[in-house]
Design a protein around this ligand. Structure first.
Ligand code: X2X
Length: 344
């Protein structure tokens, strides 16, 4: 009797120390610091969203998971289109990334760059929140990256220092900075503009020096925070492409966390990205047009295209759309078009 009890006690303490030891070993596997890549600066909603995520994770994991945000493309020496590669290699453990910057490496992500595909947020939410979103998550997972949540940069609107752009002909000959993702060169050329690709860091210097006439970026997420009115007087709200953000983690890094910590990471990502998305959508749709008012207050001339004129622009880019469907993958485009039609 006494023997059995002693045996049980020994067994129990052995088990206990094993659990303890395993826990310690797993925690010991954690890096002191994880790296998170962001292309823009820390003060923009996009950069702030990344910081928010890291704060939630640090707090809820009681400091077990410590993520440092590397802003302004610093993990890839400014070259934003290299971000996916450094993420897959594990140079960046986490990313809060634009689909645009990854789409030269991962062709199906050009779905979001197809000109004039997404008319509004409802259409985008139907796509990212539906089957297409799941397909994209599966595809990314196969390439080594786990998609945790969708955030947003926003509809990309055109600004320039030369003139009002109210019809396609107005764009003729204007030198427009775009990201180094080939579809943007095609779109701008189809519209008669003269596109030049530049990394975001260089682009901001180019605006200052007047090396380019214009650029395209979202109003709340980028144009207001960088005070684009210092360089450009004219803005056209044309909603030509939308730019979702993906909050991601390298698969190997994710599998190194305990199930409990994985849950904390997933939850924090959804919360931070959802909050960020709400922030960048504010003030752009009637009755709340406060973001557009901010632009006007700073002397910008705001041209909002109506559906008829938007269609003129769309018509000019149809060939580009057709050229890029096979690159994206016809099945994925079909699914997205159906989801958008269903959201009407
Ligand atoms: O480079 C841009 O224009 C930016 C900041 O919007 C992206 O990273 C896609």
């Amino acid at each position: 009797m006494y023997q059995t009890r002693r045996f049980l006690i020994v067994l129990f303490s052995l088990g206990l120390s094993l659990v303890f030891f395993m826990g310690a070993a797993m925690a010991g596997n954690y890096k002191k610091e994880y790296k998170m890549s962001v292309v823009v600066g820390p003060k923009l909603p996009w950069g702030a969203g990344a910081t928010k995520f890291t704060e939630l994770v640090r707090k809820r994991s009681n400091g077990r998971i410590n993520i440092k945000v590397y802003t302004s493309s610093s993990l890839m020496a400014g070259r934003q289109t290299n971000e996916f590669l450094i993420h897959r290699q594990g140079v960046a453990d986490f990313c809060f990334a634009s689909t645009i910057n990854w789409s030269s490496t991962i062709k199906p992500l050009n779905l979001f760059n197809l000109p004039f595909l997404f008319p509004d947020y409802k259409a985008l939410d139907a796509v990212t929140g539906g089957e297409v979103g799941k397909d994209i998550a599966t595809m990314l997972h196969k390439k080594g990256v786990t998609l945790l949540a969708w955030g947003e940069n926003g509809f990309r609107e055109l600004t320039n220092s030369r003139r009002t752009i109210a019809k396609p002909e107005d764009l003729k000959g204007l030198k427009i900075r775009v990201v180094g993702t080939p579809i943007f060169i095609d779109i701008m050329k189809a519209l008669g503009a003269n596109p030049v690709n530049m990394n975001w860091g260089d682009a901001q210097v180019a605006f200052q020096q007047g090396v380019v006439d214009g650029q395209e970026n979202p109003v709340v997420a980028i144009e207001i925070p960088v005070k684009i009115w210092q360089f450009h007087k004219y803005i056209t709200i044309w909603h030509y492409v939308i730019d979702p953000l993906m909050l991601t983690v390298n698969n190997k890094v994710m599998s190194g966390f305990t199930p409990e910590d994985q849950k904390i990471i997933r939850q924090a990502a959804v919360e931070a990205a959802t909050e960020e998305r709400a922030i960048v959508r504010k003030g752009l749709i009637a009755p709340d047009l406060s973001a557009l008012h901010t632009l006007k207050q700073h002397g910008m001339q705001v041209t909002v295209l109506d559906d008829a004129v938007r269609l003129q622009f769309k018509n000019k880019t149809r060939k580009v759309y057709g050229k890029w469907v096979p690159v994206v993958g016809p099945e994925l485009v079909k699914k997205a078009e159906a989801a958008i039609a269903g959201s009407r």
